[in-house]
Ligand binder design. Sequence first.
Ligand SMILES: [Zn+2]
Ligand SMILES: [Zn+2]
Length: 189
Amino acid sequence: MLITHDTECALSILVKLLNTAPEVCGAERLSDVAALDAFVVRQEISEIDSLTEDDLRRVHELRTRLREVFATESTAEAAELVNSIVAAAGTTPRLTDHDGHDWHIHYFAPHAALGDHLAAELGMALAFILVAGERERLRRCEAPDCARVFVDLSRNRSRRYCDSRTCGNRLHVAAYRARQRSAEAVPSA
Ligand SMILES: [Zn+2]
Ligand SMILES: [Zn+2]
């Protein structure tokens, strides 16, 4: 699949953002401006100054719209969503090599508000996935009690769980125990 390292980084931020939602975590992980600020620092999102309640509200709204892309049934449907997300952000692509990084493109307008910054960067990362014909890599975890999303970047598109160490293993353990129980329930001949 032809996606750049920068797109991969943006997709990683996208997944982390979507998985902060209350419908995923049981509680809002980005519950206040301080939590949003910590997210920006942790994800090394550049050119962000001070954040406000308005930024928080807009990031929550954006998160809902980005998550809808993972629920689409066709590339046409996904493209329409991505187009409207990116258009609303007002992008201005420009080359940069800030902070010792290799040359890469920033899609957000200089010093854009966080909501617009993320809409441009994460929207474009989704656009590249769609252009590569890889919408089906945008997945929701198959564990029954898990609402997390992930982007399957495995070579053979075989990933089914958000995090194989938790959801994948948990299911294996549950299936093993179920087999044990039914084996015990069978009366011996
Ligand atoms: Zn950058
Ligand atoms: Zn999961």
